[in-house]
Ligand binder design. Sequence first.
Ligand code: PLP
Length: 380
Amino acid sequence: MFLDYNATTPLDSRVVERMSDYWSRSFGNPSSRDHLYGWDAADAVEEARERVANLINARDSEIVFTSSATESINCILKGILKQRALNEPDAFVIWSSEHEAVLEVCHRLVISGDAKVIQFNADARGQVDLDELSRSLTGVHLVALMAANNETGSIYPVGEVARVVHAAGALLFSDLTQAAGKIPIDVRADRIDLAAFSAHKMYGPKGVGALFIRGGEPKIELEPLIVGGGQERGLRGGTLNVPGIVGFGEACRIAQLEMKDEAERVGKLRDKLEEALLAELPDIWINGDRDNRLYNTSNIGFAGVDARTLIRDMHDIAVSTRSACSSGSQGPSHVLKAMGLTDEQAYSCVRFSLGRFTTEEEIDYTIQKVIASVTKLRNR
Ligand code: PLP
């Protein structure tokens, strides 16, 4: 049974259906301007672009298709360096609870001498300190704050941060990967300048991402990472992944239509899981901001239990100790550590993430299984 929807999601059958034509019948290259095959593919890409843009209240012209949120993040953080004053490394502000893609790119930019990075920790609930931020913005060019955390589900005050960031003349980049498709996102209202997100977190295909770059003034210029045929207004060369992009568009359309109902249904299941475990098991705790979290995510600490042993014991339930992108690393979760948990506490935490296809029967089964496994492991 799959309770790891923050790692990835199965394709929605409506997305599969929508993509199916674009593997064979409508296989044209959208850059072929001289015939029907190319026009057909280009029309499909532009329709998808509109749907992707609508999901976050952007304009079509502000969306660039990439291969993943990771690629979009790389494009933004590396590409923005073009705007820096000559001979001055760019200053970025980030939080240590950001996704590995942001942390690793920043780490490398620091090593290469291209950027100075100020890195804050989140507070115990996984939230950000706006006063600390506003005191630190002198000389800062870009602030990166994710909209929602992949490990705890904590939702961050992106709109409030944007006000502080813009008052200091800096740009705001938000990683929307976990939030887009789950909660309403409005890049205009929140005044986000740059953003990244991905189809496979919202029942779309793997290998397709989007980069949002705000139009209008002051103009934002990004140096492209991949150059070649001038696709995507020169910001991302390479023939477009038409079936993937069509699937992304359909996934966004469905998410926008069904987000409210899904939040209510899945939120009830998540709450049922937490309430039952809190009632039955002593010495467990919930990580993240309980009042301000993604409705599908529950990150639970089980004192005295090693999370990997627990997950192995519950072998038919797919949950995780941390983000899939960091599963190669052996250390404790950097997100939980940034919130002040000890190594031992962080090693006791399991992320349950529910989604569109989670049923009440699955949650009932999971409750029984977690209670039995935790009790058994504690009595060993
Ligand atoms: N940002 C966040 C918050 C994520 O959760 C993930 C994936 O887990 C990514 C970025 C990377 O997304 P992608 O797999 O599309 O590269």
